[in-house]
Design a protein around this ligand. Structure first.
Ligand code: NAP
Length: 242
């Protein structure tokens, strides 16, 4: 169903982004793989192992002009862009009273403005095609809020508002836009948390296990295949938030 399509995944050198890129490659999609600082050698090999093309592009999604150039490159190389996954994200956790302006701005710039930048440029290509699937990585804390994450939760709540607005604006041209709200997924992002924090998380997950990157990748593939779902937030969190 997704064979021969082009999927662009941001922040895809590791973690959830890498798993999403690999999952789309497994479905037969050509992959545009955005990475930020470095890209381990084996990632491209793993994707090309599915007999698809992989175009790695280094850059910062928070940079409006980088996003414009990236979409231009995709158009030149593949002609179409069928799936955009806005996955790139960072945390700069701090209690509100001690949070610096830089900690707030950097998280909003990468997580929220980065997604806007990509959608802003990708949508012109998708509008011409009259098709496309946009998937944004939110978080359950964008719904619930979280101590020490005012910046991150605000960025993810913003992602949800962005997702619904984009879904409404682009629906008439056959473009869907949805968000995935992961709970606690085992990646480098959560690896830095204290053991007692991780343990406390497990206590509030009804399915009694941490999320794995494959759980999120499966949801992304599902949404890309679902032409009649738009403007939705899909919680993939083991039942953490109901
Ligand atoms: P991760 O392992 O830290 O990976 C994040 C990726 O984003 C890295 O490859 C990083 O590249 C890239 N990135 C950071 N800033 C970027 C920028 N400005 N431009 C382009 N790429 C950038 O984190 P993850 O756990 O896989 O998270 C992926 C997404 O899921 C994020 O949006 C995160 O907020 C969301 N999420 C994760 C969890 C969880 O429990 N893990 C829960 C809810 C939501 P560099 O390392 O090179 O900077």
């Amino acid at each position: 169903m997704l064979e021969g399509k082009t999927a662009l995944v941001t922040g895809a050198a590791k973690g959830i982004g890498k798993a999403v890129a690999v999952a789309f490659a497994k479905e037969g999609c050509n992959i545009v793989l955005n990475y930020h600082s470095s890209l381990p050698d084996n990632v491209i090999k793993e994707i090309e192992g599915f007999d698809v093309k992989c175009m790695p592009v280094k850059g910062d999604v928070a940079d409006f002009n980088f996003a414009a150039g990236l979409i231009k490159d995709v158009k030149n190389e593949f002609k179409t862009l069928d799936i955009l996954v806005n996955n790139a994200g960072i945390t700069r956790d701090m209690l509100l009273m001690r949070m610096s302006e830089e900690q707030f701005d950097s998280v909003i710039d990468t997580n929220l403005k980065g997604a806007f930048n990509m959608i802003r440029h990708a949508s012109s290509l998708m509008l011409k095609q009259r098709s496309g699937s946009i998937i944004n990585m939110a978080s359950v804390v964008g719904i619930t809020g979280n101590v020490g994450q005012a910046n991150y939760a605000a960025s993810k709540a913003g992602i949800i508002g962005l997702t619904k607005s984009v879904a409404k604006e682009l629906a008439a041209r056959g473009i869907t836009c949805n968000a995935i709200a992961p709970g606690f997924v085992e990646t480098d992002m959560t690896d830095v948390l204290a053991e007692d924090t991780k343990k406390a998380m497990l206590d509030v997950i009804p399915l009694k296990r941490y999320g794995q990157v494959k759980d999120i990748a499966d949801a992304a593939v599902f949404l890309a295949k679902s032409s009649y779902i738009t403007g939705q937030v899909l919680n993939v969190d083991g039942g953490m938030v109901m």
